[in-house]
Design a protein around this ligand. Structure first.
Ligand SMILES: Nc1ncnc2c1ncn2[C@@H]1O[C@H](COP(=O)(O)OP(=O)(O)OP(=O)(O)O)[C@@H](O)[C@H]1O
Ligand SMILES: O=P(O)(O)OC[C@H]1O[C@](O)(CO)[C@@H](O)[C@@H]1O
Length: 852
């Protein structure tokens, strides 16, 4: 180690940094063994002294008097490997292009360092392609890239170079590359920059031919530089490149947005104002979407998923008004710079602000975050990504043959990936093309797989009108990330059996197929046993009805009556959905009933069976054939229940937006779903609050009943729990620590403690538990799971619970989330809090806030 570090010093590196994990161990050398060889010895003052002595570094530990320094720690020779056959030292050019982004410097540093390690000759090209055109380049030494990791922007400059867009510019660039002896190029930039790189790659041969013909290069140069290796690294805050999950800089920009929105929230709350925050992203809504999720925005506009209806203004205002009426003090709308409506007309922040002011009388303001998002120090993730991708770029240059397609280094599922540059560029352009063609579903699919899921999550968590925002299933049929599969091809791969119009299952179709197949959006009852309950008093209609023909209904149960109603604003597709549902029901031998005019019609008993003839032309028909309004069951719920029984309706399909959710009778009728306990345990970590908030909000959306258990397992043992309302978890996203407290509970380590905990869970009616904590906490959860049966038996024997409780709570569902800064859990790449632990300024910031 010392030999290696000394070399760094000799090369001009001014400071040395050694990172020692709290748990780092070494083995005592045999010669001076004071403990058995296998006994690990922690690093400490001893090692600092060695460093000090060997390097003359200024680390000055106070040494314990009994430290002996006899052993030789110089170790093996770690001199930097030099390539065995170094005919011509290859020269790599490095440039950063397009908008700067945090982490570009980390990538430059990694390429330069790795190039030196591998015996290559790294050169900086200044100001992106402009430096190629103007011939502004210079070699970079090892020490030149010192201290870059923590610097935002790009120290080698960037530009949006118009000249390079023309062949003449690229011709000059090629000449300068050849003259400088550069035969490999690492381009760090966004989609535009990588498009430029791809053009240079494609034209390289013809550019050299032209240079030779015009005698700007020699025949010898033409041959020597016949191949230019180009590697692309994606550096852009927009995260707009296909074939990679993350671009270098996007996470730092997101941090910046979150900090800014936190700051805005303070003033918004004080005045009770609505804020429209505009974030960057010319063609890509990733920043807006993730920021909306991370800062609990109430509405969102992104280019890939414009509002799906023409009257989105009214829908948005109606939704936001509801929030205000519910007592929410501030409103936050996030608008992506490139937001558009479904006719591709830009949606400007000022327009949204004016709407909120005019229609809802909100005191509304716009904040455009602008270049603040691109500024500042890179967060851990971007330093990491820039570094590992930079290293990989040099590897790829060394590995490349003239036949190798130019690669783009990406990251997918936390693994560094290498994709053909041309494919990534083509796919990225396909997103823009899909948006231009108004094929928004395809645009969503072509973004990375998490994009649609995140969008669905935003819609679900905010209970947004799906008719306006889409979501909730848009992302279900994901395309593989290659252009090869169009949506239709995809559908062919996973064949979806057509619903037979005849009403009969084709004889040649394998019944097993029908048994296992799930019909998207229609898996809540038709034809299943659960959907044909004999226990319900069957009405006369039902008794007359045919038997259910679904293979699972072997019970010969009577066919089900199924009601369909429209609710909320009319939305394109409502009739098509109704037709599909009606046909499916008819095909399975059930009776679909149209309920006219929503809940109002249900209360009045205004329904009629739907036939194939009635629904035949509904696919393309706009508006609502059944009639719709915003009425909710409310106080008339009893009457609704009566009418449902009268009509023999055992399944009800709401086609609608927000009201379809809140109109779900069960949500407001005391038939609250299962009770979930949530606890945070062990050391607190940043993001635990976000997890608590998400569980609580999602539980409410799904009609469950979330309860907080305070101070981890201690709260279970001491019975300190309470229900959490929707509003209880407001503002949690930005709080460090855990608001429901945590503890290292000794009692829970013993069976007696777990017995008491089990009793309290049963008494509180909790039958599902979400545990957020580190490995110890999760071990505790696993023990509770394993013992649950025996704990309940013991509680029953000792008469601490009743026989009835024993049966009702026979199963406890436990779900665990890894929440610890240590990132020490298996089976997950990241634990909640581990990334914040890498950004000390955030930790300090959060720690101060948490304490105060
Ligand atoms: N089709 C192209 N042909 C040649 N060069 C191009 C092409 N597109 C872009 N470039 C070059 O790449 C530069 C940067 O592109 P652009 O301005 O689109 O930024 P970007 O790389 O997409 O980064 P960001 O995402 O941060 O905006 C352009 O100024 C131009 O020099
Ligand atoms: O800094 P400039 O050249 O104004 O470019 C701004 C654009 O660059 C980006 O920040 C991408 O880097 C876009 O989000 C934004 O539209």
């Amino acid at each position: 180690m010392c030999a290696h570090l000394k070399k760094l010093k000799d090369r001009g590196q001014k400071k040395i940094l050694v990172i020692v994990s709290e748990g780092a161990i070494r083995q005592e050398p045999q010669a001076h063994q004071v403990r058995p060889a296998a006994v690990p010895v922690p690093y400490g003052a001893h090692d600092r002294l060695i460093l000090q002595q060997r390097l003359g570094a200024t680390a000055s530990p106070v040494l314990p008097p009994d430290v002996h320094l006899q052993q030789d720690v110089s170790g093996p020779d770690l001199s930097l490997p030099v390539p065995a056959i170094a005919t011509r030292k290859r020269r790599i050019g490095i440039l950063t292009s397009g908008g700067d982004s945090q982490g570009m410097n980390a990538a430059v540093r990694a390429v330069v360092r790795m190039a030196h390690v591998k015996g290559l000759d790294p050169w900086a090209i200044y100001d992106g392609y402009q430096g190629l055109v103007d011939n502004v380049m210079r070699p970079l030494a090892w020490a030149d890239v010192q201290g870059l990791l923590r610097l935002g922007g790009t120290v080698i400059g960037t530009a949006r170079c118009m000249a390079f867009r023309e062949r003449a510019g690229r011709l000059t660039a090629a000449q300068h590359l050849v003259e400088s002896g550069i035969d490999a190029l690492v381009v760090i930039g966004g989609d535009g920059s990588l498009t430029g790189a791809d053009r240079l790659r494609a034209e390289w041969g013809s550019l050299l031919d032209e240079l030779l013909e015009t005698q700007r290069i020699s025949q010898d140069q033409r041959e020597t530089y016949a191949h230019l290796n180009i590697v692309g690294l994606v550096g852009s805050i927009d995260n707009d490149m296909s074939s990679t999950d993350m671009t270098i800089g996007c996470v730092s920009a997101l941090h910046r947005i979150c900090e800014a929105v936190d700051a805005i929230e303070a003033t918004a709350l004080s005045h009770g104002r609505a804020f429209v925050v505009e974030v960057m992203g010319r063609h890509c809504g990733w920043l807006a979407l993730t920021a909306a999720l991370a800062s609990a925005a109430d509405w969102l506009f992104v280019p890939e998923r414009p509002p799906l209806v023409d009257n989105w203004e009214e829908e948005m205002c109606a939704h936001l008004k509801k929030l205000k009426d519910r007592g929410q003090k501030k409103i936050l709308v996030i608008v992506s710079e490139g937001a558009i409506d479904k006719n591709l007309k830009p949606i400007k922040s000022e327009y949204v602000r004016d709407l909120l002011a005019a229609k809802l009388k909100f005191d509304a303001r716009v904040t455009t975050l602008g270049h603040v998002q691109r500024g500042g120090s890179p967060c851990f993730y971007d330093r990491y990504l820039g570094t590992v991708q930079g290293v990989r770029a040099v590897d790829e240059i060394l590995r490349a043959t003239p036949e190798t397609p130019s690669p783009m280094i990406g990251i997918s599922n936390n693994k560094i990936t290498v994709e053909p540059l041309v494919q990534a560029v083509t796919l990225t352009h396909a997103v823009s093309a899909a948006i231009e063609d108004k094929d928004f579903a395809r645009a969503m699919e072509l973004r990375d797989p998490e994009f649609a899921t995140s969008f669905d999550t935003f819609v679900a968590m905010n209970n947004l009108p799906v008719s306006v925002t889409g979501g909730l299933g848009v992302g279900v049929a994901r395309l593989p990330r290659t252009l090869a599969a169009s949506p239709t091809q995809n559908a062919r791969e996973v064949p979806t059996p057509a619903v037979p119009e005849s009403g009969h299952r084709p004889a040649d179709r394998d019944p097993a197929h029908w048994r296992t197949r799930r019909v998207p959006g229609w898996d809540w009852g038709f034809g299943r046993r659960a959907g044909c309950p004999r226990t319900l008093a069957a009405s006369a209609t039902q008794k007359r009805a045919r038997k259910c023909r679904h293979p699972r209904c072997r019970s010969r149960a009577p066919a089900c009556g199924s009601g369909i109603l429209h609710i909320g604003a009319p939305a394109g597709g409502s009739n098509a959905a109704t037709r599909a549902a009606a046909l499916l029901a008819l095909n399975r031998g059930h009776t679909p009933l149209a309920i006219y005019n929503g809940v109002e019609g249900l209360v009045r008993g205004d329904w009629k069976p739907l036939t194939r003839r009635i629904v035949q032309n509904w696919t393309a028909r706009g508006g609502s054939e059944l009639g719709t309004n915003r009425e909710q069951p409310g106080a008339q719920l009893g009457l609704c229940a009566y009418q449902l029984q009268r009509a023999g309706i055992q399944a009800l399909l709401f086609v609608g937006g927000f009201e379809a959710f809140s109109g779900d009778a069960r949500a407001g009728y005391g038939s609250k779903g299962r009770r979930i306990g949530i606890l945070t345990s062990g050391g607190d970590s940043q993001g635990m609050n976000a997890a608590v908030r998400a569980v609580v909000r999602m539980a409410h959306v799904k009609g469950l009943d979330p309860w907080a258990i305070y101070d981890g397992y201690q709260g279970l043992v001491d019975n300190v729990m309470r229900p959490l309302a929707w509003a209880d978890v407001q503002g949690l996203l930005r709080l460090g620590g855990t608001v429901i407290g945590t503890a290292r509970c000794m009692a829970f380590r013993e069976r007696a403690g777990r017995l008491t905990a089990a009793q309290h869970l049963v008494e509180s009616g909790i039958d599902a538990l979400v545990v957020i904590g580190g490995d110890g906490s999760l071990t505790g959860a696993d023990r509770l799971r394993a013992e649950w049966g025996s704990l309940l038996d013991e509680l029953l024997e000792t008469q601490r619970i009743s026989q009835d409780q024993r049966e009702t709570y026979a199963h406890l569902n436990i779900v665990v989330l890894g929440g610890t800064i240590d990132n020490d859990m298996s089976s997950t790449d990241m634990t909640i809090g581990s990334i914040s632990g890498f950004a000390p300024h955030l930790v300090v910031h959060e720690a101060i806030k948490t304490r105060s």
